[in-house]
Design a protein around this ligand. Structure first.
Ligand code: CAA
Length: 393
């Protein structure tokens, strides 16, 4: 086992950290207050190669590994989780599925622009009546000549108001109900109408929009993967995406811990630093330990993915754990600061609001538990079967 980062991974981590500290963190409170989407940041991230960190060089990416990308998401989210989710959805849920499932022509056409940050990607799966039960979606793809007309409304689409490429999931004429009837299509921003920008508890620097698609025509060259195999595209995208959200949660929790630790050694009450009180020490000890554990789970899942190993279970475990750590420990960090933590003088209340959604999007914590339970029970069934099988030889 090797727990240290490679030189290249460390360099990418430092590149992202420096950029986040200089260009993101100083503005994050204002973006949050004004609900401002920092478009210019994504162009600059593109210039640094951070909008396509783990995209192959021949497709315009930086050609680094998936763990490097995960390190970037943690650093961006540490400064502003809204920037983190914008990059996460753009990369994990749109660019990488095109790299993985696209034809050579689709890769050539869509990936370089996305990897350069010239175009943002959006992942359009969820509908008002189809959230956790993603396979029940009703958007339709109706045959028209040698292509299809896509019609439907999608909800809570990250990057929806700013994206130029949409990965849209729809059900074809006559397709069965449920996951097996779903196909995946690549649409342009001009095919999509934004009907509403969501007001959220947090992540105010990110865009979350409702969109409508009214009979946009797509040819066969816009279908990603095979007909009726779109659900596998969505699930594979989310398998990687959930590792990204785990990294986002780690970044938020780390940011909260940094503020709490700094405050604890500066603040004096009852004649001593509050860091000298065991009540505060225990909080910091728990934070440091849980963040470390969340990061290790996240890195393990990322490593498995980049080795080409199955990572559905480990990604779900990382997201389940890291998101709970972020929600719990941002609250504890506020507690360390007391009244100050509850004010906008410190960023903790923003971290607290931002953390909550990591337990909701890209599959709620309850869905992660379903995914985990299905895997571990299937494995136990295997073991039970092995245990009862007669010895070989
Ligand atoms: N990879 C590849 N294929 C997969 C898969 C995976 N991880 N998981 C399932 N599939 C395949 C299955 O093998 C099955 O196909 P076969 O029958 O041919 O084997 C098919 O997909 C259906 O699978 P299930 O029977 O498991 O489907 P289900 O209806 O029980 O749903 C679920 C499974 C895990 C609950 C799924 O619906 C799910 O993940 N729900 C949550 C949805 C979600 O995460 N939404 C996020 C929205 S995007 C977002 O949040 C982005 C953002 O803005 C930040």
């Amino acid at each position: 086992m090797e727990f240290s980062l490679t030189t290249e991974q460390r360099e990418i981590q430092m590149l992202a950290r420096d950029f986040a500290e200089r260009e993101i963190a100083p503005h994050a409170a204002a973006w949050d207050r004004d609900h401002a989407f920092p478009q210019a940041v994504f162009s600059k991230l593109g210039e640094l190669g951070l909008m396509g960190v783990c995209v192959p060089e021949e497709l315009g990416g930086a050609g680094a590994d998936f763990l490097s990308y995960i390190l970037v998401l943690e650093e961006l989210s540490r400064a502003d989780a809204g920037v983190g989710v914008t990059v996460a959805v753009h990369t994990s849920a749109v660019t990488l599925p095109i790299v993985g499932f696209g034809t050579p022509a689709q890769r050539e056409r869509f990936v370089p622009e996305l990897a350069a940050g010239d175009t943002l990607g959006a992942f359009a799966l969820t509908e008002s009546e189809s959230g956790s039960d993603a396979g029940s979606l009703r958007s339709s793809a109706t045959r028209d000549g040698d292509g299809w007309r896509i019609t439907g409304s999608k909800q809570w689409i990250t990057n929806g108001s700013h994206a130029g490429t949409f990965l849209v999931f729809a059900r074809m004429d006559g397709a069965v109900d449920g996951p097996h009837g779903v196909s995946a299509f690549l649409l342009d921003g001009s095919d999509v109408e934004v009907t509403r920008e969501e007001e959220k508890l947090g992540l105010n620097s990110s865009s979350t929009a409702d969109i409508r698609i009214s009979g946009a025509f797509v040819g066969r060259d816009r279908m990603l993967h095979e007909a009726h195999r779109g659900f596998a595209v969505a699930m594979a995208a989310l398998d990687g995406g959930r590792i990204g959200i785990a990294a986002q949660a780690v970044g938020i929790a780390q940011a909260a811990y940094d503020v709490a630790r700094r405050y604890a050694v500066e603040r004096h009450q009852f004649g001593s630093r509050i860091a000298d009180f065991q009540a505060i020490q225990f909080k910091l000890a728990d934070m440091a330990t849980e963040i470390d554990a969340a990061r290790l789970l996240t890195h393990r899942a990322a490593w498995l993915k980049q080795q080409g190993h199955p990572h559905t279970l480990e990604g779900a475990q990382a997201k389940l754990f890291a998101s709970a750590v972020a929600r719990r420990q941002t609250g504890e960090a506020i507690q360390v600061l007391g009244g100050y933590g509850y004010t906008k003088e410190f960023p903790l209340e923003r971290y607290y609001r931002d953390a909550k959604v990591t337990e909701i999007y890209e599959g709620t914590s309850e869905i992660q538990r379903i995914v985990i339970a299905r895997h571990i029970l299937a494995r136990q069934d295997d073991r039970a079967a092995t245990a009862t099988a007669p010895p070989s030889g």
